[in-house]
Design a protein around this ligand. Structure first.
Ligand code: SAM
Length: 253
């Protein structure tokens, strides 16, 4: 299988994000109102998918990183048999996948859509998803808003200390270096994982950030109609300054 950008990230992902919970109720709520099975695009290590399965929903997850999927399989193996039965994991690229199945709900949690780095990729992803939605099917996903004060910079650094990680005892800390290319709306993010006595390990990835009406235009162009744009997981009204935007869209017939 071809190398995917998250392959290098897979062994650190759960340490950094498995304790992220602020989006779970929102996606559970979407599943409750739209029904199952749920398609998760960019399923990663199963953080959201396995919560849905534990709540009783069948979930089909796709991801293009074999190593993220391997961690997901490992995590899944530790779960209850009934939960395991509700989950299927498939290797696939969000821009061009074919599962031969339709879903009433597709979710793309935690900014996965921003890994589409060109407009062609963005539209290809939305069209691939649309093909997998049932006639009244819904797509729900979250992005960050490109805050002006942050995007005024060409590069900046951040740091995550051990006590902010899922396992503070790991002793790992993370240095984050971000380079911004405004012309391309690109952020190049390099995380360096540091553990005393071990050589630091760096992992890089890219996001193409998107503004609210750019996202709405992409959705319309791909044949979706926008049902809601929220400013947070509590379904607050959209507010650029919240730093977050959540889109709920449905197939346009
Ligand atoms: C930020 S992680 C989100 C993982 C998971 N949804 C979560 O919320 O924890 C983004 C995921 O998207 C996957 N991804 C990136 N580009 C992709 C592509 N072209 N096709 C499928 N998955 C992709 C990555 O491998 C990674 O697992």
């Amino acid at each position: 299988m071809q190398f995917a950008p998250y392959d290098n990230f897979a062994k650190f992902y759960d340490l950094e994000y498995s304790h992220k919970e602020n989006d779970l109720d929102f996606y559970l709520d979407m599943a409750e109102s739209c029904g199952e099975p749920v398609l998760e695009v960019g399923v990663g290590t199963g953080r959201v998918a396995f919560e849905l399965a534990a709540a009783g929903y069948r979930v089909c997850g796709i991801d293009n990183s074999p190593k993220m999927l391997a961690v997901a399989e490992q995590n899944l193996a530790g779960l209850d048999k009934e939960v395991r039965r509700r989950v299927s994991l498939t290797h696939g690229d969000m821009r061009d996948f074919s599962l031969g199945q339709k879903f009433p709900l597709c979710i793309m949690p935690f900014r996965t859509f921003l890994h589409n780095l060109t407009m062609d990729d963005q539209l290809a992803t939305l069209r691939s998803i649309k093909k997998h939605l049932s006639p009244d099917g819904v797509l729900a996903f979250d992005l960050f808003t490109p805050l002006y004060n942050v995007m005024a910079q060409n590069s900046w650094r951040d740091r995550i200390d051990p006590d902010e990680l899922a396992d503070p005892e790991s002793g790992v800390s993370i240095d984050i270096h971000i380079e911004h290319e405004p012309k391309e709306q690109l952020l190049k993010i390099c995380n360096t994982y540091m553990l005393e006595g071990q050589p630091p390990e760096s992992v890089a990835m890219k996001y193409r950030y998107i503004f609210r009406y750019e996202m709405e235009a992409l959705l319309r162009c791909a044949g979706f109609s926008i049902r809601a744009v929220y400013g947070g997981f509590e379904k607050q009204a959209y507010d650029f300054h919240s730093g977050m935007m959540i889109f709920v869209a449905s197939r346009e017939e």
